[in-house]
Design a protein around this ligand. Structure first.
Ligand SMILES: Cc1ncc(C[n+]2csc(CCOP(=O)(O)OP(=O)(O)O)c2C)c(N)n1
Ligand SMILES: [Mg+2]
Length: 275
């Protein structure tokens, strides 16, 4: 399967979800897409058929506002029906609400209130190890999310318990809801900070599936410490200069004209990687 083309296909589905519903978080959806595709299509041992297997890998989408990207990848993997998701996303009474909920197939944990994914994953990883399992636990956090104190309690605990079956990813797009992360709550020394807490730290190009895959492979080799992959991404990646790296597109809904511009850009990039 051409995963690069799939990443643009999934972004096109996200665009349709958001345009149809009139709500959503396009910037963080587009930045996190390659991370999700790499996890679901190259790394994690998880399929709809094995969704209840006790030895499956576990994933928590801690930056739950990027639920549209999550739905699109779950659908590509066969957990959800993409046509139904696009038709019903965020509509009154719909099961496809605006943040992840674990009543839907493939979703392990409700999220959206930032700062909770990692602490829960610490518990999951500890439980898996106590049960003698060899599976892995993954979570994706936003860089703005790292301002939540609970994240750092989880960081400390993961290190205390030497959870080498745990891998966190930071979607390091340098923007959050209200502007640059560095202006809101500086994160520039992330590498040093995680290392000081006893973590293995890997930097990766966050919109490059091959580079991300290499980083996940390296993470698996690290023993006795949890790993964080700092995925250096671009918010809005793939949508072109209209939305890329623009704080205002955190949760802006495109006008009809903007929808066409973003769609054309995604289609162009999809064709380019299809050649
Ligand atoms: C506890 C909590 N506080 C505030 C919010 C509102 N909120 C939603 S998204 C967001 C910004 C998150 O920025 P970041 O983690 O960098 O996400 P990304 O850039 O990947 O979209 C905020 C503050 C929330 N969801 N949860
Ligand atoms: Mg961010």
């Amino acid at each position: 399967m051409n995963l690069k083309a799939l990443s643009y296909e999934c972004r096109l589905n996200v665009l349709d979800m958001i345009k149809g519903a009139g709500t959503g978080h396009i910037g963080g959806d587009f930045s996190v897409m390659d991370i999700l595709i790499t996890l679901y299509f190259k790394q994690m041992n998880i399929t709809p058929e094995t969704a209840d297997d006790p030895n499956r890998d576990l994933f928590v989408m801690s930056k739950g506002h990027s639920v549209e990207a999550y739905y699109s990848v779950l659908a590509a993997k066969g957990f959800l029906d993409i046509k139904e998701v696009i038709a019903k996303f965020s509509r009154f009474g719909s099961p496809y609400i605006g943040h992840p909920n674990n009543k839907l197939p493939g979703i392990e944990m409700n999220s959206g209130s930032l700062g909770h994914g990692l602490p829960v994953c610490v518990g999951m990883a500890l439980a898996c190890r106590m049960d003698g399992k060899s599976n892995r636990v993954y979570t994706v956090m936003g860089d703005g999310e790292l301002a939540e104190g609970s994240v750092w309690e989880g960081v400390m605990a993961a290190s205390q318990y030497k959870l080498d079956n745990l891998c966190a990813v930071v979607d390091r797009n340098r923007l959050q809801i209200s502007g640059n992360t560095e202006d809101v709550m500086g994160q520039d020394d992330l590498q040093t900070r995680f290392e000081a807490f006893g973590w293995n730290v890997i930097q990766a190009e966050g919109n490059d599936i091959d580079a991300l895959n290499e980083a996940f492979e390296e993470a698996k080799k690290c023993k006795g410490r949890p790993t964080v992959i700092i995925a250096n991404t671009t918010k809005g990646f793939g949508g072109g200069e209209l939305i890329e790296n623009k704080a205002g597109w955190h949760h802006k809904v495109p006008t009809d004209e903007e929808y066409q511009i973003i769609k054309a850009e995604l289609e162009k990039r999809r064709e380019a990687v299809n050649e």
